[in-house]
Design a protein around this ligand. Sequence first.
Ligand SMILES: NC(=O)c1ccc[n+]([C@@H]2O[C@H](COP(=O)([O-])OP(=O)(O)OC[C@H]3O[C@@H](n4cnc5c(N)ncnc54)[C@H](O)[C@@H]3O)[C@@H](O)[C@H]2O)c1
Ligand SMILES: [Zn+2]
Ligand SMILES: [Zn+2]
Length: 333
Amino acid sequence: MKALVLTGTKKMEIQDLATPEVKPNEVLVNTAYAGICGTDRALYAGLPGSADAVPPIVLGHENSGIVAAIGSDVTNVKVGDRVTVDPNIYCGQCEYCRTDRPELCDNLSAVGVTRDGGLAESFTAPSSVVYPIPDNVSLKAAATTEPISCAVHGMTLLNVKPYQKALVIGDGFMGQLFVQLLQAYGVHQVDFAGIVDEKLAFNKEKFGVVNTFNTTRDSIPADYDVVIEAVGLPQTQEQAVEATKKGAQVLMFGVGKPNQTFSMNTYEVYQKQLKIQGAFINPYAFEDGIALLSSGQLDVESLISHEVSLEQVEDVLNGKVAGVSKAVVKVND
Ligand SMILES: NC(=O)c1ccc[n+]([C@@H]2O[C@H](COP(=O)([O-])OP(=O)(O)OC[C@H]3O[C@@H](n4cnc5c(N)ncnc54)[C@H](O)[C@@H]3O)[C@@H](O)[C@H]2O)c1
Ligand SMILES: [Zn+2]
Ligand SMILES: [Zn+2]
């Protein structure tokens, strides 16, 4: 089978690999689409994602495809099913797994990070992380279930109510997902801050955003019950805390550099009784992600800017393809 193999730091090559064999509990998936995100850019550059990727490895933790074979113990899917695979595999034995916080697992492994993933014609995964998708969800949209599920996990960690007014900072794919998700979760007003005027306008026209702010020139009022930071820079993290009103919750979703810090007024944390919440990956969130796509509450196809081939992936990761908002790789027809 054709595979795009990460062979070293910033090195990738197309190779002809043997189609993987399935173990009794595993599923072989013929990849339809694989999504590319910032985590892939980090892994390509030799930096850790949710875990370390050790070359040679096939990336592709966001994916969709068709079941091509199942192991003897598999009962949840059959050959021919359209599926998406949650990349994250938890050990089930550590303190975190056994206290209902598997995302913090001490022995996390992941399809497309620590084991071969979707940037190949086929890949395997344990059946426990393979999810069938309904007929009305396209394979292209289903390839974004993983990032959707990360956002769903973030929403689950917040206490979201209809009376609240929310602000999303960050006009990338994740920020735009949160714009839609907050409304799906019942928040009555969503405002949006970013640096790309066209994206701000697009979300106002198409996805119900009320007010927009360009963070390079507009000041943001301290008026929000829920603020979602989806950039990961110190200045936007500061802006996120500053945009809160009393009793607010801040979701620090953006990923900063490992040694990054930001300043905040700790008197205001006390006086406003703020809740500042981190979010790591996507436990128990795939079913919700698929349901949000199937019900039409999330439109991701409008947010996918590029459909590329395996041969073009390195150019996307290198930043040689201009204007990428979200790229998916079409692997098989
Ligand atoms: N917590 C998790 O589990 C999780 C999962 C997925 C992604 N993430 C993180 O979420 C963040 C967003 O992901 P993404 O895929 O949308 O990334 P992205 O790179 O596509 O988007 C980042 C966006 O931030 C915008 N931006 C840059 N500077 C800004 C500023 N000063 N003010 C406002 N906007 C600014 C850019 O225009 C860009 O659109 C990243 O840090 C990513 O690592 C976290
Ligand atoms: Zn991703
Ligand atoms: Zn564990």
